[in-house]
Design a protein. Structure first.
Length: 186
């Protein structure tokens, strides 16, 4: 087994969690977006890069038009798409959701899947509470406390969603990013 990290002796890393701040102490736009672009650009050969942040760009409970959600979609989502991110973890809504793959604001099999909405230790909220119609981007959503287990191998990540009784209620598989520019990996 090889050590993973950014040391001089390490020539590879398998995973990067990119932790972002959705307006609690840093604005989405500006310096944080510039930082995100640099971080994603610096990891072209890392097969699994997972952004993790609080307020979702694609909410399951709250309004799609919420200010922070709009900022995430305007500033971060294009970078996720440009740099070949396969899955992003979103939170804040206290429910569970998995989107269809999304690219350029539409369902697209080459797009990013947004998973989460954060409901392990909080009372789950009703799906679509602030939506005026069913959300076009939600492939599955439930008002359920849950954990997400991620298993990585050299070619893919497997996500298993488990409720508090230990029952798996959803799963997803995402292939690893390739080392070429995102457009060549589709």
């Amino acid at each position: 087994m090889r050590a993973i990290g950014n040391t001089a002796s390490s020539t590879w890393a398998t995973t990067s969690l990119v932790l972002l701040n959705t307006g609690h102490t840093a604005t989405v736009q500006g310096a944080q977006t510039e930082w995100l672009q640099g971080v994603l650009a610096a990891r072209p050969t890392v097969p699994f890069v997972f952004p993790v942040y609080h307020v979702p760009g694609y909410p399951s409970v709250r309004s799609f038009a919420g200010n922070t959600s709009v900022l995430v979609r305007e500033h971060w989502v294009p970078l996720f798409e440009r740099f070949g991110v396969r899955v992003a973890f979103e939170n804040h809504d206290h429910a569970y959701k998995r989107t269809y793959p999304i690219r350029a604001g539409r369902r697209d099999s080459t797009g990013v899947v947004y998973i989460g909405d954060g409901a392990w230790g909080a009372v789950p909220r009703p799906i679509g509470r602030e939506h005026t119609e069913p959300a076009w981007y939600l492939e599955t959503a439930k008002s359920v406390n849950h954990a997400i287990f991620v298993t990585l191998d050299t070619r893919a990540a497997r996500f298993e969603m488990v409720d508090t009784a230990g029952v798996r209620f959803d799963s997803h598989r995402a292939r690893a990013r390739c080392a070429a520019p995102a457009a060549a990996c589709r």
